[in-house]
Design a protein around this ligand. Structure first.
Ligand SMILES: Cc1cc2nc3c(=O)[nH]c(=O)nc-3n(C[C@H](O)[C@H](O)[C@H](O)COP(=O)(O)OP(=O)(O)OC[C@H]3O[C@@H](n4cnc5c(N)ncnc54)[C@H](O)[C@@H]3O)c2cc1C
Length: 219
């Protein structure tokens, strides 16, 4: 597994102890997060758009319709910044000032490359489907050649990436520990609810185990 050393751009400066640059930290965050935000500059103005991603080895893939303004703008090597965040808990301190959140997030910088080679495009499309719901690509009708042609897939290398993590209880000022205020962490997680049948579902079809028992847990 390759290491990503911090560059001046990726090095976490505030709370440097929360920064991590190794892929063993970065990859599980990218893999657990369902979607990311893609930031780029267009006509001299910043723009940030949420989108689904998937990591395959050293590459992050995003996709969408050929009509997507975002994908059309960045597909020719435009520099992008991709961010994803997992919220793990609310850190409720005794003082308002010391409130925080426990989180794991990743920031990736790099040029976007359009995936044009059919084999890579197909692999990334399948990986995107399985990133959202593991095993789904084996259960559904996958894209036709025409649908694949209507889809733009972009790749961004994970060469310039950083992770930033906060864990643990609140850190109050020493004098505040005697305050009569409850303090601690309220854990947060993405928890699936009961699957809802499509109103047009054919009779006799049940959610498969990868849906009925869906869990979004750290890898
Ligand atoms: C969780 C999530 C996952 C998504 N996954 C994908 C994906 O995998 N592929 C994909 O193509 N699209 C995805 N979308 C939709 C995506 O965010 C864009 O809306 C869509 O791709 C159109 O992009 P565009 O650049 O053509 O937008 P345009 O319609 O050209 O955007 C014009 C303006 O509309 C507003 N706008 C656009 N999108 C949003 C938004 N999502 N929320 C609020 N305002 C918005 C912004 O102000 C933007 O500047 C996802 C959205 C969410 C919330």
């Amino acid at each position: 597994m390759s290491e990503t050393p911090p560059s001046e751009r990726t090095r976490v400066k505030r709370h440097p102890e929360r920064g991590a640059y190794d892929r063993a930290t970065i990859d599980p965050i990218l893999d657990e997060a369902l979607f990311c935000h893609v930031g780029y500059v267009t006509d001299g103005r910043p723009r940030v758009i949420p989108t689904i991603h998937v990591r395959v080895d050293d590459t992050l893939y995003i996709h969408g319709s050929n009509a997507s303004r975002t994908l059309r703008t960045i597909k020719d090597g435009e520099e992008v910044c991709i961010v994803t965040t997992l919220l793990d808990g609310l850190v409720l301190a005794r003082s308002a000032f010391m409130h925080s959140m426990n989180y794991r997030s990743v920031v990736v910088y790099g040029p976007a490359r359009e995936v044009t080679e059919r084999e890579e495009k197909w692999m990334a499309q399948k990986a995107l489907v399985d990133h959202v719901c593991a095993g789904r690509s084996d259960q559904v009708r996958m894209p036709t050649e025409d649908e694949l042609r209507q889809t733009t897939i972009l790749a961004v290398s994970l060469e310039a990436a950083s992770a930033n993590l906060r864990t643990g209880p609140p850190k109050d000022d020493e004098a505040d520990y005697d305050l009569p205020v409850w303090a601690g962490v309220l854990p947060m997680a993405t928890v699936p609810q009961t699957p809802q049948d499509d109103p047009r579902l054919n009779p006799g079809l049940e959610p498969p185990p990868n849906v009925a028992e869906y869990r979004r847990l750290p890898a």
